[in-house]
Design a protein around this ligand. Structure first.
Ligand code: A3D
Length: 320
């Protein structure tokens, strides 16, 4: 059976890390695409030269031509610019929207059957625009944010409770931004919900609130430390988990920015919700019931995403 073909549109910090992880996991052959000449070719060659040491088989092709992504099974999009300290994700909107138009046209022409995972920020608006520009089915265009946000939440909780990260599950809803909604009552240690752990004296409500806020600010914390660019190891690992669930039909339950057509009372918008990802793409959207406080936070998050999509339509009226 032929290996899967995975196209990485954007070969910067996340793109290069994606290529390396895909090789290590033997998920398929990789095409690294970028407008910068030499970068995708150099990264591809460098990673290929690590394969004899690590013992994995995969081809790595670097390119500046969209034709090279022809018939890709999966496209992971990181093309665009990342944040610098002091910038919000939304400050990237104008530049990255133009990039999404080019990327959407390239995917439409050469890889219309691909499962597309968008990472470019501001995520919820960019994935929405990418779906429209590419015209691919909504089940096959999805945004990576929730896996990363919940992974950050899980890591902070494991650190607080001094337990393995493996035994912590976390639930994050809403847009990828300051309005994201980490849901404590759906987050657990080995099945014990966080509010119960507070009652058991494992932590306090105040400490939990701080962890929730640190999760919301997780991206900015890394941007502040790196000073140029944003996080890339954890974002790449998160997108690879989504690609793997699709390629291996694992049907994992993963929080993703998915197209909503009435679920949670939201129409024609991409917002972070729990999904099932299998070989049909986003096969299911899981609707959980929210209490009043959670619904209020979710509504605020949806309003922020709506505002960003409206800003996109003002720049690119063909998105309407
Ligand atoms: P970076 O290392 O700058 O890589 C971006 C690459 O895109 C560069 O190599 C550029 O040359 C390339 N590029 C620019 N314009 C185009 C174009 N028109 N066509 C093809 N390639 C192009 O950034 P990065 O890899 O660190 O981050 C990539 C994106 O991911 C940024 O928008 C970040 O804000 C975003 N990001 C999102 C998350 C989420 O959780 C959603 C997390 C971290 C970063």
């Amino acid at each position: 059976m032929a290996r899967s073909k995975i196209a990485l549109i954007g070969s910067g910090m996340i793109g290069g890390t994606l290529a390396h992880l895909i090789g290590l996991k033997e998920l398929g052959d990789v095409v690294l695409f970028d407008i910068a000449e030499g970068i995708p070719q150099g990264k591809g060659l460098d990673i290929a030269q690590s394969s004899p040491v690590e013992g994995f088989d995969a081809n790595f092709a670097g390119t500046n031509e969209y034709a090279a992504i022809k018939d890709a099974d999966v496209c992971i999009v990181t093309a665009g610019v990342p944040r610098k300290p002091g910038m919000s994700r939304d400050d990237l909107l104008g530049i990255n929207l133009k990039v999404m138009e080019q990327v959407g046209a390239g995917i439409k022409k050469y890889a219309p059957k691909a499962f597309v995972i968008c990472i470019t920020n501001p995520l919820d608006a960019m994935v929405w625009a990418l779906q429209k520009f590419s015209g691919l089915p909504k089940t096959h265009v999805v945004g990576m944010a929730g896996v990363l946000d919940s992974s950050r939440f899980r890591y902070f909780l494991a650190e607080e409770f001094k337990v393995s990260v493996e035994d912590v599950t976390a639930f994050v809803l809403g847009g990828h931004g300051d309005t994201m909604v980490p849901l404590t009552r759906y987050s657990t240690v080995a099945g014990i919900p966080l509010p119960d752990l507070v009652k058991m004296g494992w932590t306090s409500k105040e400490k939990l609130d701080k962890i929730v806020q640190r999760t919301r600010d997780g991206g900015a914390e890394i941007v502040g430390l790196l000073k140029s660019g944003s996080a890339y190891y954890a974002p790449a690992a998160s997108a690879v988990a989504m690609a793997e669930s699709y390629l291996r039909d694992k049907k994992r339950v993963l929080p993703c920015a998915a197209h909503l057509s009435g679920q949670y009372g939201v129409k024609d918008l991409y917002v972070g919700v729990p999904t099932v990802i299998g070989d049909g793409g986003v096969e299911r959207i899981i609707e959980i019931s929210l209490n009043k406080a959670e619904q209020k936070m979710f509504d605020k998050s949806v309003a922020a995403v709506t505002g960003l999509c409206e800003a996109c339509m003002n720049i690119a009226p063909n998105l309407k």
